[in-house]
Design a protein around this ligand. Structure first.
Ligand code: ADP
Ligand code: MG
Length: 292
């Protein structure tokens, strides 16, 4: 495409709220054969809410939420915010934490009022040898309903399962269908557990899922598809997504996402809607079709 037609294309895309940082990205977008979509904050709102608390061994529901929220005050993860918010909504007084530690892709740990508290996913509990096998079934049931189950342990004893749900953006289903109609292979990528990821994927019509991917491994999935010969688009909002956005043939950041994601991407979807993806690809294809 001529520099002039690329400029026109970039301008057209901008009218649709799609900011394309360079002409090369506009041209490559038309060649995308596979699109990787992060789940949380990209396909979903990224604003999870506590939906269910299942206490174990007679633990008190308000107390387990208070412990989890006290610990999560130290984390910036969207899941942490949902726990803290839920505790505050119930008027619970949060305590303070010693030796707080966030374990990327797993959860959080620390001392609350002299107790060693651990809060996070199944992997975290297994790593720390917490006995959870008797409680997998309710966790799986939560996941099958597209919720993310988290385990709370105090002094190596399991106290509760807390589930959160993150609503799917209202237009994600349509936007994903548009990409698929354009002949693009759509794949979901998430650190969340496999069952939750599959349930969400099913709701939005995605058949391929990379789940339980650690933050540092997300870019490997981009490389994996590139090795298969795909021209890969990657769409994400989080700090976790930045290396994958940078490695992708075209990186798309959600405009409401983190600065790091936006800086690592070639394109920013200002409206946060995934329709921006098919819009960008349409403008790109039109640009290359009209003037070569
Ligand atoms: P994603 O952003 O794709 O959901 P992450 O890699 O950030 O993935 O997290 C993966 C999983 O690790 C989460 O689904 C959750 O189970 C667990 N986890 C991560 N951070 C926290 C946290 N602050 N509190 C509880 N669980 C967490
Ligand atoms: Mg995300």
């Amino acid at each position: 495409a001529t520099p002039m037609s690329v400029m026109v294309g970039v301008g057209k895309a901008a009218e649709a709220g799609v900011l394309i940082r360079n002409g090369q990205a506009l041209q490559t977008a038309s060649k995308i054969t596979a699109m990787i979509l992060d789940k949380t904050g990209t396909i979903t709102e990224g604003a999870p809410k506590v939906t269910e608390i299942k206490t174990i061994g007679g633990a008190d529901e308000a107390e387990v939420l208070r412990l989890a929220a006290t610990l999560e005050q130290g984390s910036e993860h969207p899941l942490a915010q949902s726990i803290v918010e839920s505790a505050k909504d119930r008027g619970l007084n949060l305590g303070s934490t010693d030796s707080f530690n966030a374990i990327a892709g797993h959860g959080v740990e620390g001392n609350v009022e002299g107790r060693a508290i651990l809060f996070g996913n199944e992997k975290l509990m297994r790593d720390r040898q917490i006995a959870i096998d008797a409680h997998l079934e309710p966790a799986q049931a939560m996941a099958a309903r597209a919720q993310t189950p988290m385990y709370l342990a105090a002094d190596n004893q399991l106290l509760a399962l807390i589930a959160v749900a993150d609503p799917i953006k209202q237009d994600s289903v349509d936007a994903i269908r548009r990409l698929q109609k354009d002949g693009i292979r759509v794949v979901m990528l998430t650190g969340d557990n496999r069952d939750t990821a599959k349930a969400v994927a099913e709701q939005v019509g995605i058949k391929e899922v990379f789940a339980e991917v650690l933050p540092e491994d997300k870019s490997d999935k981009v490389a994996e598809l590139q090795k298969q010969g795909e021209i890969v688009g990657m769409t994400g909002d989080g700090i976790n997504d930045a290396p994958a956005l940078a490695l992708a043939d075209v990186g798309f950041a959600i405009g409401t996402g983190t600065d790091v994601a936006i800086e690592s991407a070639d394109v920013t979807l200002m409206r946060g809607s995934l329709h921006g993806l098919a819009d960008a690809i349409a403008v790109s294809r039109a640009t290359l079709r009209n003037i070569r």
